[in-house]
Design a protein around this ligand. Structure first.
Ligand SMILES: [Zn+2]
Length: 221
């Protein structure tokens, strides 16, 4: 079994399975290699079971396995069509997504990410212009990223950056994220004035903010 030993200032040993399915054996500094092997052997059943459970949880949320993906607040079916010689593309219709690819997992994932990236750029730029006008500020450029947890950010130079996973959320939730970041061009903090100005333009902002806290971890692309 593959595992990584992490020697730490600690009194007891512990085994952790990370989110990317790595087995980490955390032990006190004085523990020998042989002792570590014994710990792993003793807990082998638990490690294998936990790895399997985690893998299933990941696959249960992963559109590539479930064949459904969240887009603009709704789950849509994903159909994969394998056509190595055809032009590789993603089509989105009222029935869902159709991906024409060479059949490889990486190609399909790449195509889907490109679709989200392009949509994110278009839709979030439109919203950013709308809110910048309302707030009375100007931004420089917009970058789309695929991040784990952050939805958006605003630099002191006036650049906005958004997570492409925002496209999983309904339109009104995307609006909140954009307004939040645009408002930072006026207030570079989360002061009372910042929230007051948000509330003026979006009286139900708290509801929208909570949506991300509640459902954000389901957004996967
Ligand atoms: Zn903020």
């Amino acid at each position: 079994m593959d595992y990584t030993v992490v020697k730490q200032n600690r009194k007891t040993a512990t085994i952790v399975i990370s989110d990317n399915l790595e087995v980490l054996v955390k032990v006190p500094r004085y523990v020998t290699k042989r002792q570590i092997e014994a710990i792993v052997t003793k807990h082998e059943d638990w490690i294998l079971q936990t790895l399997e459970n985690k893998k299933q949880l990941i696959e249960a949320k992963d559109w590539y396995y479930t064949k459904r993906i969240m887009y603009l607040g709704k789950y849509w079916p994903v159909e994969l069509i394998i056509q190595p010689s055809a032009r590789q593309k993603v089509d989105f219709t009222q029935k869902g997504f159709i991906i024409v690819s060479d059949g490889s997992e990486s190609e399909s994932r790449q195509l889907m990410e490109q679709f989200y990236r392009k949509q994110a750029k278009e839709q979030l730029t439109k919203l950013a212009y709308r809110y910048a006008k309302l707030v009375g500020v100007q931004f420089q450029k917009i970058t789309i990223r695929n991040q784990k947890t952050r939805w958006g950010s605003c630099s002191s130079k006036g650049n906005l950056s958004f997570n492409l996973k925002i496209l999983c959320a309904p339109q009104e939730m995307m609006e909140y994220v954009v307004l939040h970041e645009v408002m930072h061009l006026k207030h570079f903090n989360h002061s009372k004035e910042f929230w007051k100005d948000i509330e003026v333009l979006m009286p139900d902002y708290k509801k929208r903010m909570n949506y991300f806290k509640q459902f954000g971890q389901n957004f996967m692309i």
